[in-house]
Design a protein around this ligand. Sequence first.
Ligand SMILES: [Zn+2]
Ligand SMILES: [Zn+2]
Length: 401
Amino acid sequence: MRNHLNGTQTRIDAARGGKLDYSHFVHTFNEIVPPSEFAAHPDWFSQVDGKRTAENAQLCVTNPEVLARAIEVVRGWMKAAPGAAIFSVSQNDCFQPCECADCKRVFEEEGQAWSGPYLRFVNAIAAALGKEFPGKAIDTLAYQFTRKPPEKVKPLANVIVRLCSIECCFAHPLDSPAALDEANAKFVYDLGEWSARSQRLYVWDYVIDYSHSIMPFPNLTSIAPNLRTFVKNGVKGVYEEADYFTPGGEFAELRTWILAKALWNPEYDTEKAISEFLAGYYEDAQRPLAQYIRLLHDRAAQQTIHFNIWAGPDSPLFDEATLKRSDELFDQAEDAVHFKPAVLARVETARLPILYVELAHTPSAALLERFDRIARASGVTKINEWQSYDAWLAEMRKLAK
Ligand SMILES: [Zn+2]
Ligand SMILES: [Zn+2]
């Protein structure tokens, strides 16, 4: 509340000012028509290579029965959640769009964009429910195979498109020149195209490493510039997907601080955000930690080392000299606060990412036990979005000598 963080996952009730609430947040096709209905209605699901399937697939969005069902389901959601402002009608978290003749025809009509049939489907639901539920919006994704904008159809006024930056590099700002960062330049091109078509464009942005959430992710200086790029392109809302699945993620508290400041004021100076947070949270350890943050971010910028959200410990960012210097800085940081156990614990948590990389390079039993002691104290339950900490530890113990 103090930092004005808002969103569907914040636990802020009406007595504390309320929040912007979604009723159904994302990837809702399976909730609209569950795969269990496949046997009775195979033609409601994706046709892939000539065969209908409900396994890791989508709905047939040009089938009128699917549309009728979707309108009824979303009407039910809206009745059941009068306080919610946004209802997501969005593709499942996989590929395999329907390639039936009708879906394929719309794909072609829309300039070979899968977003075409999807957006026409979502618009039809929004048109059917708009009068009955004024003030409520239907949200959908421009994500992976639907990221390319359609040529003809535009989102209706009560439709929100959330464009997802999942393919991008976050070590460098999104608006970097194409010669430096091709993935980012392509995204910013699509951002401009969606912006030109939309009244209410949102971005679903990613701010951590999902394969290695306890690993240095040098994006702290990209967050605010990226928000400025969104603002410049008329973006009305942003969801910053971070580490929602475990405590002890890399610089989780600092990253949240930067996000809170920059989301409310995209001009907020990142250096200021970092230094004020380090001073308040790490106290006398602030100087070596500031040097450590600069070391990694400068190296990623100067050596043009890219970081997507699945980058691993084999990244060229982590050469021997950088790891050695990082260790020296963390030794200094721990020394500076060794008489304050609570602050020392925070510094140790901040050091886990470097230990994690060192363990990946050279699994040593002693280092692993040290990592485990700190990770337990930090409350770490997962090592990435899908693997439990205990499963990872068991694997590492087999490798460690
Ligand atoms: Zn189809
Ligand atoms: Zn890059």
